[in-house]
Design a protein around this ligand. Structure first.
Ligand code: NAP
Length: 258
């Protein structure tokens, strides 16, 4: 007899938490994970994005037959990140996958960069990744099962003029990923990073036409990436098939780093 898909047995499978999951790359990641049968906690940052996130979670349920919910949390807050992981586990089952995707830019040349712009980018991108990992790890280690995927960037590997704060946060994520991977590999928890190049989202749409063209000229594939290009790599790293891959940084950049 076919097992019945009920809220209860869906819950038993646990869930994936995707920070910044309602827009851009995070949204595509949620869709990839849901299409693979994963329950998904869609995190968003504020009341302003609540409706979009709730509608999106409902559409994941309708399209993919999984459970999905929206959760508001500013990941730069240690307490908010802890509540996010706890609330997601209560609603959707144990957190098996964490995708630290939430990220912001506040660009400017270092000579003019305001202290608050440096601090905020580090707080959301790097500290937010620490906050969510810290909250997810006890459950994963206890269950001897977990997949963490952190969103870095080619900019974290090569640097970029005008993005010292962002590059520092994304390079920091690589160091965090490799260190944490060493700590928890023996507990069947993998920790990897994805380093996208230029992906067509709100973040890159905010670039000047000149900066976009300069980026395009350096991409071997001669096109910007799509959110789905990144989501496919994340979904693979989150899958059972990637159980022996840990501490790696996977470039998804159309060859910009060649
Ligand atoms: P995006 O379209 O601007 O989306 C950013 C996401 O982060 C939004 O969902 C936003 O949620 C969320 N977010 C921002 N601050 C947050 C906070 N304090 N707490 C929780 N969520 C927060 O950007 P994207 O291009 O999809 O980027 C996603 C990730 O990929 C980022 O880490 C980015 O650095 C990285 N990345 C992007 C590119 C690219 O070319 N696009 C390249 C390399 C790396 P709300 O909508 O609720 O504010």
């Amino acid at each position: 007899m076919e097992p019945r898909v009920t809220e209860d047995n869906l819950r038993m499978q646990g869930c994936a938490v995707v920070t910044g999951g309602a827009r851009g790359i995070g949204r595509a990641v949620c869709e990839s994970l849901a299409s693979a049968g994963c329950n998904v906690a869609v995190n968003h940052s504020s009341a302003g994005s609540a409706q979009i996130a709730a509608d999106f979670a409902r559409s994941l349920e309708e399209r993919f037959g999984v459970s999905a919910r929206a959760f508001e949390a500013d990941v730069s807050s240690f307490e908010a990140a802890a509540s996010l992981l706890e609330d997601a586990a209560c609603a959707l089952g144990p957190v098996r996958v964490l995708v630290n995707n939430a990220g912001i830019t506040k660009d400017g040349l270092m000579m003019r960069m305001k202290e608050e712009d440096f601090d905020r980018v580090i707080a959301v991108n790097l500290k937010g990744t620490y906050n969510c990992c810290r909250a997810a790890l006890p459950g994963m280690v206890k269950a001897r099962q977990g997949r963490i995927v952190n969103m870095s960037s080619v900019v974290g590997v090569f640097g970029n003029a005008g993005q010292a704060n962002y590059a520092a946060s994304k390079a920091g994520i690589i160091g965090l990923t490799k260190s944490l991977a060493r700590e928890v590999a023996s507990r069947n928890v993998t920790v990897n990073a994805v380093a996208p190049g230029f992906i067509d989202t709100d973040m890159t749409r905010a670039m000047s036409e000149k900066a976009r063209e300069a980026a395009l000229s350096r991409i071997a594939s001669k096109r910007l990436g799509r959110p789905e290009d990144v989501a496919n790599a994340v979904a693979f790293l989150a899958s059972d098939a990637a159980g022996y891959i840990t501490g790696q940084v996977i470039g998804v950049d159309g060859g910009i780093s060649l």
